[in-house]
Ligand binder design. Sequence first.
Ligand code: SIN
Length: 526
Amino acid sequence: MRIEKTDVLVIGSGIAGLLLARKAARFADVAIVTKKEGSASNTYYAQGGIAAVANDEDSFELHISDTIEAGQGLCHPEAVEIMVREGPARIRELAELGVRFNRDESSGSFRLGREGGHSASRIVHFHDVIGRELEEVLLDEVGKSPNVSFLDEHLAIDLVGGSDGGVKGCYVLDRRRNEIAAYLARHTIIATGGAGKIYLYTSNPDVASGDGIAMAYRAGAEISNLEFVQFHPTSLYHQKVKSLLISEALRGEGAVLRTTAGDEFMSHYDDRRELAPRDIVARAMDSEMKKSGEKYVLLDITKKPADWLKDRFPFVYERCLEYGIDISREPIPVVPAAHYMCGGVRVDMEGKTNLPGLSVVGEAACSGVHGANRLASNSLLEAIVLSHRCSERLKDERGVEIVADLDTGDFPRTGDPKIFETVILDHDWDLTRRVMWDYVGIVRSEERLRLARERIGQIRETVERLYEEYGASVDMVELRNIALVSSLVVQSAIARKESRGLHYMIDYPERDPEWCKDSIIKIEED
Ligand code: SIN
């Protein structure tokens, strides 16, 4: 059994993990494990940008109040304040590292986009490919640091727990060698991103199987607000496309949502129309699709000329064209898709969890800034602020002792994919995601949630038994994680007997002041 040691172990290579690793490498040895190639992360696909106050027409107070309004009573105001006020300094740092942002040619000031729920233009962006830009610059940066070892194709399986309840590192599967090693660390950082893959339709890439949330839960971390799953209103509806986000920034530039008959409909739902917060837009689309019986609605940006679209949205323009849609001439068929987990592992604004040795940053964390509904483009902002503050804390903390005598009997067993019937895993993978989509989606009911609990519960039992019997292969580990995270989402949704933000219950259509609090679950209560 192989055992490796490092000061700081970062699991995940999106913006939160890479930024933290880069900063921690100034005072510690850092290992980054990431389950595919370095750039395979939710960050890479981010189109919109980073929300931040960037000129005199805007103010911190406005950004704070927009965030809190979208969060519908559940944002932690002090956390929001930190995020909003510290954001601009973090963006300046990124620009100094070489991240490009679109700027006004004469003044050099940021060109700002507008997105739903924001009362000012405040999205700093790079065309519609900010995620790719961030990943490329940060991967290059960590690659230059002699203190960082970068382990791609390494899948985290479970955290190494100490007898004192602390976290001492992680068991990791090297996918190339099909071999498990323990990486022991003074500080273990989960930066694994979200869990969009628990749903049949998602804007997230395949890696988003909730690994960090699942591992943290199994280790005893508190998990908060998982019932608040954000569905992005506009992902492309197309037979051949698994997931293609159509950025909210298109609506910020005037794109109109229409029924398939061509009628705009958002004015019937909210005065802010297409720029209402995402929960409102997604529910309006859901309701229009149910009324018409159609599988999609249309997003129309044909009022903009092709040259303008090619410059502002080169990615969306080109990708749609590949699938035969010229967005300058015809509207885009769109449907909502699971996009972002507002809940996650409960942390403070320094990424600290209830478990010694374990920090969480990025989408896997629940720091209190998003409440019941995240404001568009506040996610990258939270990631950069939290990662910075977490690295500052680690600088001053010794962390947990590196374990001297790890019991090799505790190592997970390596699975041999050849001896296992993949058809069973594929079936349960599809079934979990279908159940979540049908019963735990944009509109929920007690009956649907009860059925989801029953079905996901059965899948979990089977998967845990198979995991014990056959060991840890990649498919098995990911299925085990999506089944667990799905069950946690269902458990949180059943507990919240009201409608608030992204959690809409037919049986309880109103907000209930009694429920103006975070949900918290821990393994003992399972
Ligand atoms: C988008 O470009 O619409 C996504 C931005 C976000 O999720 O904040």
